[in-house]
Design a protein around this ligand. Structure first.
Ligand code: ADP
Ligand code: MG
Length: 695
């Protein structure tokens, strides 16, 4: 149960003054549902304004405060803007421009002939200067405005900066006083403010120490939760799965295992033989051969008489795994089934029955395999493929399926830098496939300007005329699936004009049947060119495809480009990757593409990705979803996470030493322990706390 002391922070935002139904949508969109969310909605940046007496002194784009006298109101007909012309002391004119509903307030705020202090950004508008939607218009108090260093928050439509600022101000007034969870020595050394002071300061100005402290809190909460899960897991009752090799011996692998594969399988086998449930991450670059490692693990489970489930992130991938594994295990007699959200009716019933009565040994599917109505006779092992986006609480939910806690093997091809591995998978042991299967050739990677499209298309033509296959990846458009689809459809239509039935397409919005049909057609070699969005990013394996074109490659992150490129270079033939770039390249984008050309080392690319993104960032910009953090930036994660992790371990070690009876509830005892517990709830890492309580 959440400590009462946190209640004020978890009251809904609509209890604040001035929040009506109209704000519900934007607040929800920003995730500002409770006061804690508002408190942690930190400014993206701050504006500091310059006071100018004369418009001539203000440059376009500059934030200013200036005294103006309105001379004329110009309402436009239809949907045009509402303009108020105003002049400075020297008689220079500028326009104060309002769109939509805001124009009503302009009428009242700017009476003709009366001096007003106006704060906002000066823009050039044709021959004239203008301020669009001034931030402030006041009759008195120009001095206050001048001194103002104002936060700029991320907004959603229907919410304004002043409105949000008022919600923040109200929230800050209501902050409870919380016990300190950071060790006094660390607070001292870092010169960090107390929690509530840190929030105040972070909203008021660019206060690095305050920001760091808040980020540290989040990192500490995460590390603590992961370590608690880990400790709890060691105490859990699972079951030992010891294989006798009888199934593995009969598998027909078309290749010898690499040393890294053999080593990883050995590590997994040792874990499975333990009673404590395995929590292991198999980390291996694209094409390193994780699938056969998963297969070996699942066969060990089957040899021991238990069932295994393999969870794939997409339907395409589930199907592909199913086909591959069925082929390899054909001589063993192991029963493998496929279960996805699409399976309905009789075949689904059959699979569900088979899982319940134990006649199915291995099931492969999407999240459908973990729905409530799916029951296993004896689930001993869960394998999660390519699930770097999965959070810990979801991984825990999956492990709740067996009678006893099943063993878990998570696999990821995202070569996450070490620091992030700790943040994402801190509760797991790690096996690394740090060796690619032999005979892989370097992928010839080239950066090509987009305006050479014609010759690229001609090159693709020669490639497929020679009997080889190719991918064509269309860009993401603002993370928006609909426009992504539109881009893919358009490219598909154009290429289809040229190459006819040789071209097929997959994108996220297609019906799964159509996706599968296209994939099968491509995998079977009937189609030569696959136009796709990033849905092919993970796991798709068609070794005979040797050319990849990535359109507007500058829009992708390094890790993602690496994943995409990993779809080729899987067979014996030499492969090529063409990165088509637009001409509006930022410096970072240019660096990224150069790096792609120069290296194929996934771990290096991941480190660089982190560095490039970490560097040029505004303070506190929300991270791009690939970290489990909302407050901590990439840079802060790198700098502070190791400290937080050590600190968390110390807290728990001490707790374990003191709670000599070994009871889980004994962890996190004492004053600092209580404070740490509060912290876990504050950051909603209470899955960590649950392991404390339940025991
Ligand atoms: P990933 O780690 O990206 O999931 P896969 O398991 O899909 O990689 O394997 C990539 C390709 O390499 C597949 O075509 C697979 O058959 C092949 N492969 C895997 N292990 C070996 C090996 N030891 N020797 C040769 N080829 C292998
Ligand atoms: Mg894979």
């Amino acid at each position: 149960m959440r400590p009462d002391i946190l209640n004020p922070l978890f009251t809904p935002t609509d209890t604040l003054e001035g929040v009506g139904p109209k704000l519900a949508k934007p607040l929800n969109k920003l995730g500002l549902n409770r006061l804690r969310d508002v408190a942690y909605h930190l400014p993206e940046r701050f504006v500091t304004r310059r006071a100018v007496a004369n418009l001539d002194d203000a440059g376009a784009g500059e934030q200013v405060v200036i005294a103006l006298v309105p001379t004329e109101h110009q309402a436009s007909r239809g949907r045009g803007p509402y303009r108020v012309l105003a002049q400075d002391d020297a008689g220079n004119i500028c326009a104060l421009t309002y769109f939509g509903r805001a124009s009503y307030s302009a009428r009242k705020l700017l009476p003709v002939g009366e001096k007003r202090w106006v704060a906002g950004r000066i823009d050039q508008y044709g021959q004239m200067l203008q301020i669009v939607h001034p931030d402030h218009v006041v009759a008195e108090g120009g001095d206050t405005l001048r001194r103002l260093c104002e936060p700029v928050y991320r907004l959603a439509e229907g919410l304004t900066q002043p409105k949000l600022a008022s919600l923040v101000a109200q929230t800050l007034e209501k902050l409870p006083s919380l016990p300190e969870w950071i060790a006094p020595s660390l607070l001292d050394r870092m010169q960090w403010p107390a929690w509530s002071d840190a929030l105040e300061l972070a909203h008021r100005g660019e206060h690095a120490a305050a920001r760091d402290r808040l980020a540290y809190d989040e990192l500490l909460a995460n590390s603590l939760a992961l370590l608690l899960v880990r400790a709890d897991n060691r105490r859990k009752k699972g079951r030992s799965l010891a294989g006798d090799g009888r199934l593995r011996d009969r598998v027909e692998l078309p290749f010898p295992l690499t040393g890294a594969q053999t080593r990883s399988i050995g590590e997994i086998e040792a874990d499975l033989a333990q009673e404590a449930p395995m929590l292991r991450l198999l980390q291996g670059d694209v094409g390193a051969g994780k699938t056969v490692v998963a297969l070996a693990a699942m066969l060990i489970a089957a040899e021991a008489g238990a069932q295994a489930a393999l969870l794939a992130p997409t339907e395409i991938l589930a199907r592909q795994h199913f086909e591959t594994l069925r082929r390899m295990t054909a001589p063993t007699g192991v029963q493998i089934a496929l279960l996805t959200g699409r399976d309905k009716g009789r075949s689904r019933e059959g699979t569900l029955l088979g899982l319940m009565d134990g006649s199915i040994d291995i099931v492969i599917g999407t999240h459908a395999i973990f729905q409530d109505n799916v029951n296993y006779r004896d689930l001993g092992l869960v394998v999660i493929d390519e699930q770097h986006r999965f959070g810990v609480s979801q991984r825990l939910a999956l492990s709740g399926k067996g009678r006893r806690t099943p063993h878990t093997l998570a696999m990821t091809a995202t070569p996450i830098p070490r620091t992030l591995t700790l943040a994402q998978y801190g509760e797991m042991d790690v096996s690394r496939l740090d060796e690619l299967p032999p005979g892989r050739q370097a992928i010839d990677t080239r950066v090509v300007a987009l305006d050479r499209m014609d010759s690229v298309v001609a090159g693709v033509g020669r490639h497929i005329a020679g009997g080889q296959q190719a991918y064509w990846v269309c860009p993401m458009v603002h993370d928006d699936e609909t426009s992504e689809m539109a881009a893919a459809e358009a490219r598909y239509a154009a290429l289809r004009e040229i190459f006819g039935a040789d071209v097929v397409m997959v994108h996220g919005q297609m019906k799964s049947e159509d996706k599968d049909a296209a994939m099968e057609c491509f995998a079977a070699g009937e189609a030569k060119l696959l136009v796709a969005t990033t849905v092919i990013e993970v796991g798709v394996d068609v070794p005979s495809a040797t050319l990849m074109v990535i359109e507007q490659a500058e829009r992708f992150g390094l890790a993602q480009l690496h994943q995409l490129r990993g779809r080729v270079g899987r067979g014996a033939e030499k492969s090529t990757c063409l990165l088509l770039r637009g001409d509006m390249l930022s410096e970072t984008a240019r660096d990224r593409l150069t790096l792609m050309r120069e290296t194929q080392d996934g771990f290096l690319l991941a480190e660089e990705d982190l560095r490039l993104r970490g560097g040029g960032e505004l303070l506190g910009t929300r991270q791009s979803g690939d970290t489990p953090f909302n407050v901590a930036t990439l840079e802060q994660i790198q700098r502070l996470l190791p400290v937080a992790h050590d600190d968390a371990r110390m807290l728990l070690d001490r707790a374990e030493a003191e709670g000599a009876d070994g009871k889980p509830g004994a962890a996190l005892a004492g004053e600092r322990g209580d404070a740490a517990r509060t912290l876990l709830y504050l950051f909603e890492r209470d899955f960590g706390v649950r392991t404390l309580r339940g025991g």
